[in-house]
Ligand binder design. Sequence first.
Ligand SMILES: [Zn+2]
Length: 291
Amino acid sequence: MKWKGRRASTQVEDARGRRVAGSSAGLITIVNMIVRMFGIKGIAVVAVLGFIGWQAGLIDPMALMGGGGQLQEVNSEATPEEDELFGFVTVVLADTEDIWTQEFNRLGRQYQKPGLVVFRDSYPTGCGTGDARMGPFYCPADRKIYIDLSFYDELERQFEAPGDFAQAYVIAHEVGHHVQNLLGISEQVSATRGQPDYNQNSVRLELQADFLAGVWANHNQRYLDGGDIEEAIRAANQIGDDAIQQRTQGRIVPHAFTHGTSEQRMRWFGRGQQSGRTEDGDTFDIPYEEL
Ligand SMILES: [Zn+2]
């Protein structure tokens, strides 16, 4: 994909140097120490003294808990490769902004750009704490995409899906979820949570996000290099639920089998890429067995 020198999105937040300050780990260590030294009774004594101290304004329990989950700056050294990847992500996001603004205009709507947060390891989001092990994700509550760039190493090595267009497809899929959010589709699916067809709806939602990534690829053609579409299709193939579950033992899969099979993901991405029109990707209008 041709990306160097192209417009970078201003919606990207670099949170690689920010961590959640402390945790209750410090407090747990103190409690364990007291129990070891004075037994359970020690805790009671310390609790009473602590309460008095807190009432007197001498002790700040939030400070003891590690700053109450505030963010702190940490030393973050990025390799040149990582910085290049960061630059790439900002261009891909800008590219999705242009294409979806245009596509929404055609549909008589107005596109609102999503945010994108590049973080490391874990980060607080509008949808709870984001964990790099979950892979990139979109949070509808704060309309932001979250990605730890180390996922791209994993995509290349573990999932054997190398190439910049495979990486771009991952962003485009998450932007697809943002489009679904703006169109009110995500909300309809969340409303079925706890009902028997929720899992199927979730698969429909994921396949539609792949379709929407395909729509983006269709409009992006002038920037494509030979083999780019194959890279994206390969990625879609490698990160199908069936493929992931076969490969990753012990890895966090937040919702088991909710993305569709490899074959389905490739097919829906391909459909979007051929059509280029949002309205051709109604994955909710087809019997589940025929998806
Ligand atoms: Zn998804």
